[in-house]
Write a protein that binds this ligand. Structure first.
Ligand code: BV8
Ligand code: ZN
Length: 251
């Protein structure tokens, strides 16, 4: 584990890199005001994921789960990307390829303008019918009653990946390919305990990438990192992109 300053090794890697991958979790959106899952203010503290973010819970109590997602959608709609999201977007000006593999469902990377996004756990702004799979992104509903499909009467659910559900195969395999080819993999704001998403940084490492963790504190995967930068991603990422801008403008 390294110091928390942006060290010489990272600077030299940033100089020689062509392809950058960002693997992001809930922590990158915390400074936008979206609660994380497992932090001290985490949403899982009050409610257990098993009770909400899984299909059986939804079938057992569709109104409760629907209400929880409406509450989270409202928070997402009232927030904006933060400096961390925008710093990631700016990497696109200086590198041949920048990919963002995110576990987040809040759409903030897209709203910050990032081009190549791989949403491993879906997107809270999308919904679909559990029976006929038609999509209902802007479905009218009162917040506490799950809506029904107007074509077949099926329950409408958020287009997110729940526990016990497979990740979108195509998106995951593309993200794996990008992880295999990247020179630097930034692991930003994630506890790194949710699989198979958490394999992505490990795949990058196995293929020779330089792994940099950006987190408030140590995590279960800190020991796998080449460098850990401790602090807020909304402060550290702008510092890094400032260094990159200076370097690239000098050359
Ligand atoms: C599946 C979407 C099987 C919904 C979520 C091994 C292999 C495969 C599966 C498993 C496995 N081991 C266990 C499993 C099962 C399970 C799993 O991983 N469980 C864990 C908890 C042990 N995985 C699954 O069920 C997956 N599906 O495997 O299906 C299968 C296979 C074949 C066929 C059929 C089925 C599906 C997992 C996806 C679950 N969906 N969310 C929703 O959002 O409502 S999970 C949820 O956790 C979010 O997606 C979130 O992104 C993800 C990870 O959490 P983090 O992003 O890391 O957030 P967290 O709060 O934990 O941490 C925040 C971090 O940020 C902290 O470290 C904090 O310090 C830091 N931070 C805070 N502020 C800042 C900051 N850092 C920097 N700056 C700041 N300002
Ligand atoms: Zn339907």
């Amino acid at each position: 584990m390294q110091t928390s300053s942006i060290n010489i090794e990272l600077i030299s890697k940033l100089k020689s890199a062509n392809k950058i991958l960002f693997f992001t979790g809930a922590g990158i959106s915390a400074e936008s005001g979206i609660p994380t899952f497992r932090g001290k203010d985490g949403i899982w503290n009050k409610l257990k994921p098993e009770e909400l973010a899984n299909f059986n819970a939804f079938l057992k109590n569709p109104d409760l789960v629907w209400e929880w997602y409406q509450y989270r959608r409202k928070i997402v709609n009232e927030t904006n990307p933060n400096k961390g999201h925008y710093a990631i977007k700016e990497f696109e000006n200086y590198y041949k390829e920048v990919n963002v593999v995110t576990q987040n469902v809040d759409n903030l990377h897209r709203r910050a303008g990032t081009k190549n996004i791989f949403e491993l756990h879906g997107n809270i702004e999308r919904n679909y019918c559990v029976d006929c799979y038609k999509n209902f992104d802007n479905v009218e509903s009162d917040n506490s009653k799950v809506p029904h499909c107007k074509y077949c009467g099926g329950l409408i659910r958020p287009d997110v990946v729940w526990f016990g559900e497979m990740l979108p195969q195509e998106i995951f395999s593309e993200a794996e390919q990008k992880a295999k080819m990247c020179d630097i993999c930034f692991v930003v704001g994630t506890t790194g305990i949710v699989y198979p998403a958490a394999y992505i940084p490990m795949i990058a490492k196995e293929n020779g990438a330089f792994l940099v963790e950006i987190n408030l504190n140590e995590t279960e995967i800190s020991d796998k990192m080449d460098l850990s930068l401790f602090g807020k991603s909304g402060e550290i990422l702008p510092l890094i992109i400032t260094k990159v801008r200076e370097m690239k403008l000098k050359n």
